[in-house]
Design a protein around this ligand. Structure first.
Ligand code: NDP
Ligand code: 2IT
Length: 448
């Protein structure tokens, strides 16, 4: 059997066993197709059934999360934790609280996390969790009660050497604080390294808040530089206005770019003078408001209903930082028509498979999520290191480590792509480089 036949065989099985899990199947297809040359070069991975094993989560946990709202009414949500792969370290990955969360979404995120975490070079396996709980419109006390109920079940399955959750959509510092408090109460133990993204007064790491957005821009800057360009003077679009988007905008501006637009799930802001990041922080981080409020503070900016319209604005660099499949074929073609030079993924799987084909067909530089948004989980792993040492590094120290990690992921992806005959294709390079480390660990550890 050659590599292509092997990949197709496993893909067929995955499709049969996971019917209807569209996001998960999309993520698996995207990775497996790029791994074909690996099996042609080294059939041992085939003989050891690495692919059949890597597409099956080691453990899938689903649980009831009952809580009481401010009116005294009983509410019930569904909780998930998918412990996907522990070949190179304890399961590691965020928690997403969003009404769209389902098994397929958590599995796609957990699957991606395996390769992303491997690329960081740090000892972390892949996992993901979350709930279909909608934090929007909930009071602070409701959020707290929900987090406490969620952790009352999750605590049985996590630990600093077992599984270390963090944030993702809808889960930030506030939620991690409540989750940590409840874990500590139930476990009767101060295991700082059981969660990352903690507050700075109780074991959090400097730069974790900024890490994903900063890391994304460090990666894109590296990619531009190796093609004779840089961020200085670039016109940039950033979708979303959450954690990743805000710090991507901040770093892009620090490097001299002009950020023209950002969005939330209702609509987008176009500010021809350049988005004022402090205003976005005040609206989103401080007041938990809507991005439409931006025009109150900057009347010359425009607000447009509907989040997808953001991709119609002409730009040099597009940084999707909101959610999966936010750039489809049509949006990708519009970006190309308007002269986009580079797309850097801050969100997980923000481009559909067809959109990625459009980038490649039109020579758009493409920074794939697994590589370009790995800065968040990388600094999470640095938070775990600091917790183990019971020490804190300075902002400058962590920021330098983050930058070094992103530069290293870029060069590893470039080199691996070239080695396998796909020069310049960072998607192939990142997927293969991420896969090889995990596959080798699985080979040495036997069939487990
Ligand atoms: P936040 O919750 O802080 O922000 C999410 C942003 O995206 C908000 O502006 C939100 O708008 C928007 N958004 C969310 N869902 C949708 C949707 N279905 N349609 C349109 N817009 C939507 O999350 P993060 O910034 O942490 O995460 C953003 C992306 O980055 C996700 O894909 C996440 O998986 C990924 N990521 C996050 C990392 C992290 O460290 N936090 C690390 C690596 C990747 P609204 O407020 O209206 O909901
Ligand atoms: O998608 C991701 O990498 C994250 N949400 C961050 C995970 C983490 O453990 O910091």
């Amino acid at each position: 059997m050659n590599g292509k036949e092997y990949v197709n065989k496993v893909l067929d099985e995955v499709k049969k066993e996971n019917e209807g899990q569209h996001e998960f199947l999309q993520a698996v297809e995207e990775v497996l197709e790029t791994l074909i040359p690996v099996f042609d070069k080294n059939p041992k991975y085939m003989e050891e059934g690495i692919l059949e094993r890597i597409v099956e989560p080691e453990r899938q946990i689903m649980f009831r999360v009952p809580w009481i709202d401010d009116n005294g009414k009983v509410r019930v949500n569904r909780g998930y934790r998918i412990q996907f792969n522990s070949a190179i370290g304890p399961y590691k990955g965020g928690l997403r609280f969003h009404p769209t969360v389902n098994l397929s979404i958590i599995k796609f995120l957990g699957f991606e996390q395996i390769f992303k975490n491997s690329l960081t070079g740090l000892p972390i396996g892949g996992g993901k969790g979350g709930s279909n709980f909608d934090p929007k419109g909930k009071s602070d006390r409701e959020i707290m009660r929900f987090c406490q109920s969620f952790m009352s079940e999750l605590y049985k399955h996590i630990g600093e050497n077992i599984d270390v959750p963090a944030g993702d959509i809808g889960v930030g510092g506030r939620e991690i604080g409540y989750l940590f408090g409840q874990y500590k109460k139930i476990a009767s133990s101060y295991d700082a390294g059981v969660l990352t993204g903690k507050g700075l007064t109780f074991g959090g790491s400097l730069v974790r808040t900024e890490a994903t957005g900063y890391g994304l821009v460090y990666f894109v800057e590296e990619m531009l530089k190796s093609n004779g360009m840089d961020m200085d003077g670039m016109k940039v679009l950033v979708s979303g206005s959450g954690n990743v988007a805000i710090y991507a905008m901040e770093k892009a501006k620090q490097l001299g770019a002009k950020v023209l637009a950002c969005s939330d799930s209702n609509g987008f802001i176009y500010d021809k003078n350049g988005i004022d990041v402090q205003t976005v922080k005040n609206i989103k981080e401080v007041n938990r408001g809507r991005i439409s409020e931006y025009i109150k503070y900057h009347p010359s900016a425009e607000y447009h209903e509907g989040c997808n319209g953001i991709w119609n604005i002409p730009c040099d660099v597009a940084l999707p930082c909101a959610t999966q499949n936010e750039i489809d074929k049509e949006a990708a073609l519009t970006l190309v028509k308007n002269g986009v030079k580079a797309v850097g993924e801050g969100a997980n799987m923000p481009s559909t498979l067809e959109a990625v084909e459009v980038y490649f067909a039109n020579n758009v530089l493409f920074a794939p999520a697994k590589a370009s948004n790995a800065g968040g989980v990388a600094v999470s792993a640095l938070e775990m290191s600091q917790n183990s040492m019971r020490m804190n590094w300075t902002f400058e120290e962590v920021d330098k480590k983050l930058k070094d990690i992103m530069v290293n992921i870029h060069s590893k992806s470039v080199a691996t792509a070239e080695e396998y005959g796909f020069k310049g294709n960072l998607l192939v390079g990142a997927n293969i480089a991420g896969f090889l480390k995990v596959a080798d660990a699985m080979m040495y550890q036997g069939i487990v």
